[in-house]
Write a protein that binds this ligand. Structure first.
Ligand SMILES: Nc1ncnc2c1ncn2[C@@H]1O[C@H](COP(=O)(O)OP(=O)(O)OP(=O)(O)O)[C@@H](O)[C@H]1O
Length: 263
């Protein structure tokens, strides 16, 4: 498969069918998508349209049953072995018996990095998510938003160029979420990572993304890819601007078109 040199994720006619006792479940079908270096791509669509499954295929946690996909020109398995990505889950998934710095250091410990290297990386990544000074705390001593920032730090610890984020702020209240969205954009600008981000929220997708991938269910298909015309520098107030509202409108239309409410 010939992906463009700037392609981080390149999918062609990608499909995944789960075989279950109730018969086949077509989670993804005919997905064509290019994610380029430095993109912030959001995946939006109703429950069950395959957003998580798509991230899991990139991460080599599921195997596609049709089509092709490459990550930095490699197969998902090769990309996983070369630690091409960090993964942030819906819930923080921190170990309660480990301090924040020990949680962030865990993947580095598993990879066999030396103690000094571990400490340096932990310091740097906690700083990136504004958690310097909280390394010695336990997860339960931190708010939900801070715990999710610690999970982001852990995903950044390898310094992978690609960050996969599965609805990381879905469980947080709106004010905390706004704040984390702002911080995430700053982190993205500072680190020049490529980010694939799953969300159910139209404003969140429009605020964060350079590209919005609208999906529809049964089977999960890409119905629209919207290239954002917003500047990269985005204060929260940008959400009131006509340009923002116009993109949000297009996403909403795309979601409506791909979804049958009669089911
Ligand atoms: N391991 C599995 N075995 C069988 N079916 C599965 C499996 N994982 C996911 N599915 C099905 O595949 C479809 C897509 O699921 P997926 O979790 O990717 O959707 P999603 O868009 O992320 O949904 P949500 O927004 O609710 O998280 C759903 O119908 C789901 O039930």
């Amino acid at each position: 498969m010939n992906a463009s040199p700037a392609s981080v994720v390149s999918a062609r006619k990608l499909g995944l069918t789960f075989q279950t006792s109730d018969g086949p479940v077509h989670a993804l079908s005919d997905v064509d998508l290019e994610v380029e270096k430095g993109d912030f791509v959001s995946f939006i669509g109703p429950s069950g349209c395959g957003k998580t499954t798509f991230l899991r295929v990139i991460a080599d946690l599921e195997k596609n049953t049709a089509g092709e996909i490459t990550i930095n020109g490699m197969t998902p398995e090769e990309a996983r072995k070369s630690r091409c990505y960090g993964y942030v889950f819906q819930a923080p998934a921190l170990y309660p018996w480990r301090t924040i710095e020990k949680n962030v250091a865990l993947p580095l410990e598993i990879m066999g990095h030396g103690k000094t290297e571990q400490q340096e990386r932990v310091r740097r990544t906690l700083d990136l998510v504004n958690l310097s000074g909280f390394g010695k705390k336990y997860p339960w001593q931190l708010s939900g938003g801070m715990q999710q920032r610690a999970s982001i730090a852990r995903a950044l610890a390898f310094d992978a160029d690609l960050l996969l984020m599965d609805e990381p702020f879905g469980a947080l209240d709106e004010i905390v979420r706004d704040h984390l969205n702002e911080q995430l954009l700053k982190l993205w600008a500072a680190t020049e990572k490529t980010i694939c981000f799953v969300t159910h929220s139209i404003p969140e997708a429009v605020y964060l993304s350079t590209k919005i991938v609208v999906m529809s269910p049964r089977p999960g298909r890409v119905t629209d890819v919207i290239h954002s015309t917003l500047p990269r520098e985005r204060p929260l107030e940008i959400r009131e601007r006509p340009e923002f509202l116009e993109i949000a409108h297009r996403v909403r239309e795309g979601l409506r078109a791909g979804h049958s409410y009669e089911e």
